[in-house]
Design a protein. Structure first.
Length: 177
């Protein structure tokens, strides 16, 4: 067994055969990673106290941290898993904590998305933004700031870039396999 992909309480991550997991990353526990997705160096994905699900063609870039909330706590008695859809780009040094990122989103470098937040399909979170707990960001818009606020509608070029980025990272991970 690889030391960078390891079980927690006998639950081993399930990783699609076509996914790329860099040996300098760490994937632990109840994690499922979909087809053609990629996890880059120094990423920590820790599905120990709840589940993490990552869709197809999604890329988690260098230095990002993905984690969850346990059941039974005073602020979240049911806990919160982390759910990431298909064709998502998660930029360098992003923290995703117990939230949902739907399909075809981009989470900019250095952003933080907190417990219970939902990033709807087709949304873009600008670099360095913080999405507050429980906040729902509508698709088709750029969000910026701390806390993240709707800045403007995405233009067609930006919308096209959401899928382009995901496709680019599928090609890039194929160079590493």
């Amino acid at each position: 067994m690889s030391t960078h992909i390891r079980p927690y309480k006998n639950i081993l991550p399930k990783i699609a055969a076509t996914a790329y997991i860099d040996p300098a990353s760490c994937v632990i526990g109840d994690v499922v990673i979909g087809e053609d997705s990629s996890v880059w160096p120094m990423v920590a994905i820790r599905g120990d106290v709840n589940v993490i699900r990552i869709g197809a063609r999604t890329n988690i870039q260098d230095g990002s941290v993905l984690h969850v909330t346990h059941e039974g706590g005073p602020l979240s008695p049911d806990g919160n898993g982390l759910f990431i859809g298909d064709d998502v780009t998660v930029g360098h040094n992003v923290v995703l904590h117990a939230c949902t990122v739907e399909n075809s989103c981009l989470i900019g470098m250095g952003s933080v998305v907190l417990d219970g937040a939902v990033i709807k399909s087709g949304a873009m979170v600008g670099a360095g933004s913080v999405v507050s707990p429980g906040k729902v960001l509508e698709g088709g818009y750029l969000y910026l700031g701390t806390p993240a606020r709707q800045a403007r509608p995405l233009n067609q070029r930006e919308k096209d870039n959401l899928l382009y980025s995901a496709k680019h990272y599928v090609k890039l991970k194929n160079d590493y396999c």
